[in-house]
Design a protein around this ligand. Structure first.
Ligand code: SAH
Ligand code: SF4
Ligand code: F3S
Length: 449
């Protein structure tokens, strides 16, 4: 059984695709080589913005042709898109050749669903859509226990993704995630620590802790667990490795977490702290539950504790209530903070969320604002890159450079990507790299000694 997994969306999905791979490998599957046809194709979808959804749907449309050529092909669609109200029915209607639809909290059903399709391909059509809705079928305890037993085939060496908390309770008014991923559910601390230890023993040099809001880790557990305690415990694990985490919600970032980061050996001086907007009014309308001032004070605390910290963010333009003045407040904040990098998004209305019901801003205005914002951030990134030139950094060699032959790329502790000549056997090693050149966001260098 040859399989292909097409992944859309965030790191959470990247890691869930490793679980899907683990499940398929467990059935005797092997990944299809480039250009080879597959027996099973799994779409692990995202619906955070309209374009993410369209990309996945477009590709689901494309495989119709493959199914004609290869009638035994099994097509499964899972991930966030399928969890939206009525989505399973839409997929069934528009893409009747899709065999399996699963949600975000029942991917472990994939092997048995594949067996069922193989046994009786016709029977699948008779099932009701409800059967596939993850939230109705898996209770939290049941979900966690099944999840702990789901095998993982890691595909991101030397980085190991480790989930710490699932779901989101925040209900930012623009966001679909709480609807498609359900309520927050923390993994037991002992499970997380065991998974980190195992990855380190297997030679992974970096561990990235995942959650929609890692800072709320533990609040649903009973032993006084918290993200701060988890970081400190992970820092105590023996071995040479680095730890990153994403994503942090500014409203829940505590002084304790900042101190745990600053006083640790292993937790990188690097944080992704999405600000979304620099306007208090817009932040309030987004239900972010922090102010511009609180955000800026967090940045100050982080930099006071870790002067070399790399801070990245997410910024959105075109939220329904964003006026020109609000947008200027955002660009002012971007200038003040000087993020190492910013992921910039045009607000995309998501059906069923409160902001989608508000009067919308014309597309042309959104386009202009995103253009200005990107230009501004690019100039900040470029300036900050210059500061790296001439210095030596410890870099974990991650992969061969996709663009430069004979070169590897890897990240500094602060999270900046550097490219340098070295052979592929060195992937997974910590190397000393002297940065010799900065080209906007990319750093170039050579091995020291
Ligand atoms: N849990 C993370 C964010 C996950 S989504 C957090 O709260 O920080 C990643 C980013 O996508 C968000 O930070 C936001 O900037 C963007 N995003 C979410 N919903 C969006 C929408 N409807 N339109 C455009 N961008 C959106
Ligand atoms: Fe979405 Fe807000 Fe939850 Fe992040 S914290 S996933 S933006 S609702
Ligand atoms: Fe997309 Fe789901 Fe992640 S909607 S951004 S894949 S949590």
């Amino acid at each position: 059984m040859r399989y292909k997994i097409l992944t859309y969306g965030c790191q959470m999905n990247v890691h869930e695709s490793e679980k899907i791979a683990g499940l398929l490998d467990g059935m005797g599957g092997v990944p299809a080589e480039e250009g080879e046809s597959a027996d099973v194709i799994v779409f692990n979808t995202c619906c955070i913005r309209d374009n993410a959804e369209r990309r996945a749907l477009g590709n689901i449309g494309v495989v119709k042709g493959e199914k004609k050529k290869h009638p035994d092909l099994i097509i499964a669609v899972c991930g966030c898109m399928t969890q939206q109200e009525g989505a399973a029915a839409v997929i069934r209607e528009r893409y009747p050749y899709v065999d399996i639809v699963l949600g975000t909290r029942n991917i472990f059903l994939l092997p048995q669903e594949i067996d069922k399709v193989k046994a009786a391909r016709a029977a699948i059509k008779k099932r009701s859509d409800k059967r596939y809705r993850a939230f109705e079928t898996a209770y939290p305890e049941e979900y966690l226990s099944l999840d702990e037993r789901t095998p993982v085939t890691r595909t991101s060496f030397p980085n190991a993704w480790v989930n710490i908390i699932y779901g989101c309770n925040n209900f930012c008014t623009y966001c679909i995630v709480p609807y498609v991923r359900g309520r927050e559910l923390s993994r037991p601390m002992s499970s997380v620590l065991d998974e980190v230890k195992k990855a380190v023993d297997e030679g992974y040099g970096e561990v990235t802790l995942l959650g929609q809001n890692v800072n709320s880790y533990g609040h649903d557990l009973t032993g006084g667990e918290s993200f701060e305690k988890l970081l400190r415990a992970i820092d105590g694990i023996e071995g040479k490795f680095r730890v990153r985490f994403m994503t942090s919600h500014p409203k829940d970032l505590t002084d304790g977490v900042i101190d745990a980061m600053a006083s640790s050996d292993k937790i990188c001086s690097n944080i992704h702290l999405p600000v979304q907007s620099g306007s208090d009014k817009v932040l309030k309308d987004m239900n972010r539950r922090y102010t511009r001032e609180r955000y800026l004070s967090l940045i100050e605390k982080l930099r006071a504790a870790m002067p070399d910290i790399g801070i990245t963010t997410d910024v959105m333009v075109g939220f329904p209530t964003e006026t020109e003045e609000d947008f200027l407040a955002t660009t002012e904040l971007v200038k003040t903070v000087r993020f190492s990098n910013a992921f910039t998004f045009v607000y995309s209305p998501r059906k069923g969320t409160p902001a989608a019901e508000m009067p919308q801003i014309p597309y042309a205005v959104k386009r202009r604002r995103i253009g200005e914002l990107i230009k501004l951030q690019n100039s900040v990134t470029k300036e900050l890159s210059e500061d790296y030139v001439g210095n030596v950094y410890e870099v974990l060699a991650e992969d061969v450079s996709p663009k430069h032959e004979g070169m590897l790329c890897g990240r500094t502790e602060s999270g900046r990507l550097a490219t340098f000549p070295a052979s592929a056997e060195r992937i997974g090693e910590f190397l000393k790299v002297r940065v010799t050149e900065a080209r906007s966001a990319s750093l170039f260098g050579r091995l020291e000694d």
